[in-house]
Design a protein around this ligand. Structure first.
Ligand SMILES: *Cc1c(COP(=O)(O)O)cnc(C)c1O
Length: 420
């Protein structure tokens, strides 16, 4: 069946607006990325891009581990069937309460962003009577070259400055925490392969230098990623044909035990793995002209596809109407249903034949779609999310925000719990 007919059929069944995610594309992306990386390497899927448990489960079946940053992402990973002991918990601002819950649920690996973060993670491990693995996230320089270890990145809430690590190594001895390795994530959405390779090579060199200067025994080095994907515009995932050879070379030189897992090497990705799996279907509700501008008002706006833009900042997005394009091409502004002039999904875009009932498809919105949007703003119902695999519907669900009562904590016994 033609893809557009399939989309029409799904819309009739599940209503508009509608997110459709194709698991076959997720598998292909995971396979392609694994083939571009050095072997052996672990691949983490960053749930931030899309925490839908069906996508997480599919990626787990493809061998990806889950990288999580919150109670909600932990719950999604567990619901997807991931083993708690294989998760990597990262992100700044991890509170004592969420850390205690994560450790109690079996999480044993954390990326830590500062000495304070390390102490809080260690305290959660110690309170549970265990020691958890910590990767030191390093805020290292972006630019390639041989400027070496002393070079640091720009000011950031993410990661340790290299100088801070070197000047206070004793602060890495924290009860309940075992320094297990290093974590780098210097850039994202890198289309330029040469730049990405230079960045990863630099991270490997920094890892080796920190190992030597701090006397670390590295068990896991997470080199991050930055693998790109188109967002809400037509296009293909970029390929990285030279990456495997180049990174393998620097690993052999700098971290010679890596093939035997000493250290294990990891990469992480969100958008590259799920971006091209998703399409948002939205229906034109109204067409009107105002002072020379034609507006098409859609049933989806920045509450459903506001990802990475935020109010008032419009990314270039490019939808196409389903079915044969008839009628004259017009310049039209695509507005969503929210009562704010910032709710735009396209300004002065050229489209043919828009009328009430026309369905528009936004491609490549599998990452940073629904959960990166202003879902709660103005209270519109979330689109259903349908997972398909080839021609088969695997699941259809709708995300909802619920208000529920919160019992007061017993403050005599648990002040910190009450505050976190
Ligand atoms: C956001 C983020 C990712 C995922 O980024 P993508 O560009 O979607 O691949 C991975 N790791 C960290 C630490 C992040 O903050």
């Amino acid at each position: 069946m033609h893809a557009d007919e399939r989309f029409e059929e799904l819309l009739s069944a599940y209503g508009s607006p509608l997110y459709v995610h194709d698991l076959a594309r997720v598998r292909r992306a995971c396979h392609d990325l694994a083939a571009a990386l050095p072997e052996p390497a672990r691949l983490y899927y960053s749930l931030k891009a899309n925490p839908h448990p069906g996508l997480v489960a599919e990626l787990a079946r493809c061998g990806a581990h889950a990288e999580i940053t919150s109670r909600g992402e932990l719950a999604a990973a567990l619901e997807a069937g991931c083993a708690a002991g294989e998760l990597l918990y990262s992100g700044p601002g991890k509170t004592p309460g969420e850390l205690r819950e994560a450790v109690a649920q079996g999480v044993r690996a954390f990326s830590v962003e500062s000495f304070g973060d390390l102490e809080r993670v260690g305290a959660a491990g110690a309170a549970h009577g265990t020691a958890v693995d910590c990767l030191l996230r390093v805020n290292a320089a972006g630019a390639p070259g041989d400027a070496g270890l002393r070079m640091t990145g720009s000011a950031s809430q993410f990661g340790f400055d290299v100088d801070a690590l070197l000047s206070a190594p004793e602060r890495l001895r924290v009860p309940g925490a075992r320094i297990a390795g290093l974590h780098f994530f210097p850039l994202t959405n890198a289309r330029d392969e040469a730049g990405l390779i230079a960045e990863i090579v630099q991270s490997v060199r920094t890892a080796a230098a920190l190992r030597d200067e701090l006397g670390l025994s590295l068990r896991l080095v997470d080199l991050g990623g930055g693998f790109a994907a188109p967002y809400a515009v037509p296009g293909e995932r970029p390929r990285y044909p030279a990456l495997r050879k180049a990174v393998t070379g620097v690993l052999d030189a700098e971290l010679p035990g890596w093939r035997q897992g000493a250290p294990h090497i990891a990469f992480e990705s969100g958008r590259h793995l799920v971006g091209d799996s998703g399409t948002l279907l939205t229906t034109v509700v109204d067409v009107k002209d105002s002072k020379g501008t034609r507006f098409a008002v859609l049933d989806a706006g920045v509450n459903h596809l506001g990802g990475l833009s935020g109010l008032g900042r419009l990314l270039p997005m490019k939808a196409r109407p389903l079915g044969p394009a008839d009628g004259e091409v017009r310049r039209v502004t695509l507005a969503g249903p929210l009562c704010t002039p910032a709710d735009l999904l396209g300004r002065s875009v050229e489209l043919a034949g828009l009328r009430p009932g026309t369905v528009l498809a936004f491609p490549n919105v599998g990452a940073y779609g629904l959960t990166a949007s202003l879902l709660g703003f103005l209270g519109h119902r979330a689109p259903a999310e349908v997972l398909v695999d080839g021609g088969r519907v695997v699941s259809a669900t709708r995300l909802a925000l619920h208000r529920h009562p919160v019992p007061a904590a017993d403050t005599r016994s648990a002040v910190t719990t009450a505050r976190s």
